[in-house]
Design a protein around this ligand. Structure first.
Ligand SMILES: [Zn+2]
Length: 295
């Protein structure tokens, strides 16, 4: 056997092994049955076996790196990673390579480890990532956003790529999404989740409880770490609080219950998958009423 033929043989054997791990036909297969569901773990010759036969959907986690009380500096990307991990199965979507960096809050720039990307750069970056997904026939994207400053630039990028390439995107800010779930788990009054407070700490716990420094929280004290976000009547440069509490007094203080944290992550991700699937149903229905192309 020539060297070239032997190479072909190796490729065929490797291909058979890959296919053996999943049913022969793409029809009816789910992303969870694939050997890999993360975009960066799939080789270029295999993508055509997955898109669009197994799925034409992707989840894009986006975040930033900034101080978050006794939670990790990467909270805003670690949470989307966790939510994507819980959502990709029910949404039957690949997970796209995450965007770790974003436009961190300028009030946190004096706190060690914070890194800020300028918003215009971030928008262009997300735009290019979405263009890349569209280029390879992804049709529906769920952007799981972990950071407030990302929201506007990400929405602008999504609109641009829809206009240019027809890519359909849902951008979800987890803290604004289904706020009733927080009340359902922890009780209390409905509130806007704070920065590094109850809900964000819970989702970090769901990601990895070992990363939360509860001892440090008890030692330093919540009041030193956070302040009311509104109604204080002053501004400080640089900022003086690494945690932000909801505007509603007494609401949203961190709670370190691991079971409740996991339940919150589970309910939130299930609701995200459901909303994404509903959006796809509606997009498809709307598209089914477009005039057909002239022959
Ligand atoms: Zn955050």
């Amino acid at each position: 056997m020539s060297r070239a033929l032997r190479s072909v043989g190796i490729v065929i054997v490797a291909g058979v092994a890959w296919l053996a791990t999943s049913p022969a036909s793409a029809q009816g297969r789910r992303v969870t049955e694939l050997p890999a569901h993360k975009w960066e773990e799939i080789n270029w010759m295999r993508l055509k076996d997955i898109v669009p036969g197994v799925t034409d959907r992707a989840i894009l986690p986006i975040g930033t790196i900034e101080a978050h009380s006794v939670d990790p500096n990467g909270s805003d990307i670690l949470i989307p990673l966790k939510l994507a991990d819980l959502t990709y199965g029910p949404a039957n979507a690949l997970i796209a390579p995450p965007v770790y960096h974003g436009p961190s809050g300028q009030g946190l720039m004096d706190m060690a480890g914070t890194i800020r990307i300028r918003p215009a750069i971030f928008e262009e970056y997300v735009y290019d990532v979405l263009k890349g997904l569209a280029r390879w026939r992804i049709k529906n994207v769920l952007v799981v956003n972990g950071h407030g400053g990302n929201a506007e630039p990400a929405r602008r990028a999504a609109q641009r790529v829809y206009d240019e390439d027809g890519l359909r995107t849902m951008v979800v800010e987890w803290w604004n999404f289904r706020r009733d779930l927080s009340t359902k788990i922890w009780g209390g009054k409905p509130h806007t989740p704070g920065h590094g407070a109850l809900e964000e700490t819970a989702l970090n716990i769901a990601y990895n409880p070992k990363l939360i420094e509860r001892d440090l929280y008890d030692k330093v004290g919540g009041k030193e770490l956070g302040s009311q976000e509104g109604g204080t009547g002053f501004s400080v440069f640089p900022g003086i609080a690494s945690m932000g509490l909801p505007q509603e007094p007494g609401e949203g203080l961190p709670n370190f219950d691991v079971d409740k944290a996991n339940e919150y992550a589970r309910l939130l991700s299930a609701a995200m998958a459901e909303s994404f699937l509903e959006a796809i149903r509606r997009w498809d229905w709307i598209a089914s009423h477009h005039p057909s192309r002239p022959r």
